[in-house]
Design a protein around this ligand. Structure first.
Ligand code: NAD
Length: 357
């Protein structure tokens, strides 16, 4: 059956990088992939077009699609909007609406780019970590939240952290399943020494682990994990953690790999329907200049074929094409070392299409 993809370019560099991903989709379709796609709005572009960052037309299309490919949302043009109309609300809205609770971010270091990491090559060469972040719970969604007067009469802001048993169980299962396809090691990251929510998280992860005796489970406090990621990153295989800790650790891990322009991500529901997007933002500083690196978005297409369409061989083909263009020496500005020739967004997309054969 034809797989339906909803493409949401978003804001600033979003349409530019998505344009290159579409070239890849066109090449795959010409080669026989049974896919079809439509375009929609999310974020600032959706506010401009329809007055809401996640409008009903996008909701309908997103619910009907098999997978969603997103560019990035946000930027200075929308910074003054009221909170409920800001582009980020569109992103949180679609994740919640589609129940995309598992965020997968591989951090892999390509041999050719190992020198562009801020860490010494010997610490990161061959690095291959999967960070699994719970995406629909935790303090980002907890109620009550807001502002109030405290008992002393002072104004205060407050949020609520919580996780339910089913929420922890399902993300733990995704982690153990993913580890089975890798090096069979899961490190669960929490703040069990301070937070009740973390104590509960750890207890449930240990219970779910009983179903996966072949996978090794360890635990680490989030502050130590932040340190270990820069001290000895290759000790990790799969890291599983909650929404707020995962937000921070996955950005940290992305820096190990050099540029955020190289890193894809997937957010999955319980049936592997997913939204795929580069981990970077809308990069307003380079928008419209043919400077953005489209490879993270193209690699996100690869993840889509692997996780939502169950076609790992297509995913491998895309990854190999990306490896090939790097071996050929093609570099956008963000991944170029001093003196290396720099090419533009469109030229990089063309190089990947050529490498796909
Ligand atoms: P950013 O990721 O957009 O940019 C950070 C730096 O990385 C900038 O110097 C940018 O030029 C560079 N960069 C990012 N992507 C690149 C690419 N593909 N190629 C080359 N260089 C690239 O982060 P920011 O500047 O903090 O945020 C800009 C806007 O994006 C904000 O409005 C923010 O809220 C939004 N944002 C959106 C998402 C998302 O849509 N998922 C994620 C993060 C930030």
């Amino acid at each position: 059956m034809t797989k339906k993809i909803l493409i949401l370019p978003g804001d600033y560099i979003g349409p530019e990088i998505l344009g290159e991903a579409v070239k890849v989709l066109e090449t795959l379709k010409r080669g026989g992939a049974d896919i079809a796609w439509t375009f929609g709005h999310l974020g600032g572009a959706a506010y401009d077009a329809e007055g809401h960052p996640y409008p009903p037309s996008t909701q309908k299309a997103a619910r009907e699609a098999d997978a969603i490919l997103l560019g990035a949302v946000g930027g200075p043009k929308y910074d003054e909007l009221p909170r409920e109309l800001r582009p980020e609300r569109g992103l949180l809205g679609i994740r919640k609406d589609l129940n995309l609770f598992a965020n997968l971010r591989p951090a892999r270091v390509y041999e050719e780019l190992a020198d562009s990491s801020s860490l010494k090559k010997e610490f990161i060469a061959g690095l291959d970590i999967l960070i699994l972040r719970e995406l629909t719970g935790d303090i980002y969604f907890g109620q009550p939240r807001g502002r109030r007067k405290n008992a002393d009469g002072h104004d205060e802001g407050f949020d609520t952290m919580h996780y339910s048993r089913p929420e922890v169980e399902r993300i733990a299962r995704v982690a153990f399943e993913a580890a089975r396809k890798r090096s069979k090691r899961v490190c669960s990251v929490d703040k069990e020494n301070v937070l009740d929510t973390s104590r509960f998280w750890r207890e449930v992860v240990v219970q779910v682990h009983k179903e996966y005796p072949d996978v090794e489970l360890s635990h680490m406090y989030v502050d130590n994990a932040a340190m270990q990621l820069v001290k000895k990153p290759k000790q990790f295989d799969v890291i599983v953690t909650g929404n707020i800790f995962g937000d921070i650790l996955s950005d940290e891990a992305s820096m190990l790999a050099g540029s955020i322009g190289m890193l894809p991500s997937a957010s999955l529901d319980a049936n592997n329907k997913g939204m795929y997007e580069p981990i970077h933002g809308s990069a307003p500083d380079i928008a419209g200049q043919n400077k953005a690196n489209p490879l993270a978005t193209i690699l996100s297409v690869g993840m889509m074929f692997k996780y939502s369409f169950n076609r790992p061989e297509v995913s491998d083909r895309i990854e190999n094409a990306v490896k090939k263009v790097l071996q050929q020496g093609h570099r956008t500005g963000d991944i170029a070392m001093k003196g290396e020739k720099i090419i533009g967004t469109r030229e990089m997309g063309d190089a990947v299409v050529a490498a796909l054969g």
